[in-house]
Design a protein around this ligand. Structure first.
Ligand SMILES: Cc1cc2nc3c(=O)[nH]c(=O)nc-3n(C[C@H](O)[C@H](O)[C@H](O)COP(=O)(O)OP(=O)(O)OC[C@H]3O[C@@H](n4cnc5c(N)ncnc54)[C@H](O)[C@@H]3O)c2cc1C
Length: 200
């Protein structure tokens, strides 16, 4: 029988989709299967509102390398963008330190310094807050989407790392096509949950 047991009772369904983001491995383990999803922590700083200064999202070239890195140690590369309210968002860092919820002064120092190198006019602008989150990192940097042959009834849609908001519509579409037996719009093979065992 396929279903979930929750604090609100038991629910049964033909399929359960693991969409637990950085907790995806934890949820998969409840069904006794392994997927290599881990939290990859990232910080963001928010400035006070300023007159129009940053008109496009701007990032340094090393950002691309940092995204593709599998290093557990902290990587930092500047990403600067403004919001409609005039605040400026400054990123970015990446590190695999588990679900460590502590603020990192080092991360803030690195982000502020590299953002100033891109936009010297931000000197003197106050940072009003900072926050962090955990990207659902997968060791090959691809999400895990589709049925898990090791646990019939369990499907996955997790491991989207730092692009899960942008990739959400495509993931939803692919998942719905696979679930209904419609021809998939893209090849689902690269996202197969069991691919890590194939590679072992
Ligand atoms: C600093 C930072 C900047 C980012 N910038 C971008 C960006 O610019 N563009 C972009 O596309 N993406 C960005 N991302 C990545 C994006 O936030 C993630 O890829 C996305 O949120 C993943 O979505 P998800 O639905 O898979 O997981 P989540 O949004 O993490 O949702 C998982 C849900 O599962 C729930 N859950 C966990 N365990 C259980 C359980 N046992 N039972 C029930 N529920 C459970 C959690 O409570 C949570 O609600 C950024 C992430 C960070 C940290």
């Amino acid at each position: 029988m396929v279903g979930v047991s929750t604090s609100q009772g038991e629910f049964h369904a033909p399929v359960v989709v693991n969409a637990a983001g950085p907790w995806g491995a934890e949820l998969a383990a409840m069904a006794h299967v392994g997927i290599p999803v881990e939290p990859r922590r990232g910080f963001v700083m928010v400035t006070e509102p300023v007159p129009p200064t940053v008109f496009h999202k701007v990032y340094a070239a090393e950002y691309v390398g940092d995204v593709g890195s599998g290093d557990a140690a902290m990587q930092s590369s500047p990403v600067v963008e403004s919001t409609a309210s005039g605040t400026i968002l400054i990123g970015s860092t990446r590190e695999r330190v588990g679900f460590d919820p502590r603020m990192s002064v080092e991360a803030l120092r690195l982000m502020a310094g590299s953002a100033l190198a891109l936009f010297p006019s931000l000197a003197g602008v106050s940072v009003i807050r900072s926050y962090w989150g955990f990207r659902p990192y997968c060791s090959d940097h691809l999400p895990i989407i589709g049925p898990d042959p090791r646990a019939p009834g369990l499907w996955h849609a997790c491991g989207h790392e730092g692009a899960g908001i942008g990739l959400a519509p495509g993931t939803g579409k692919l998942l719905s096509q696979l679930l209904t037996g419609a021809p998939p719009g893209i090849d689902p093979a690269p996202f197969r949950p069991e691919r890590f065992e194939d590679a072992a």
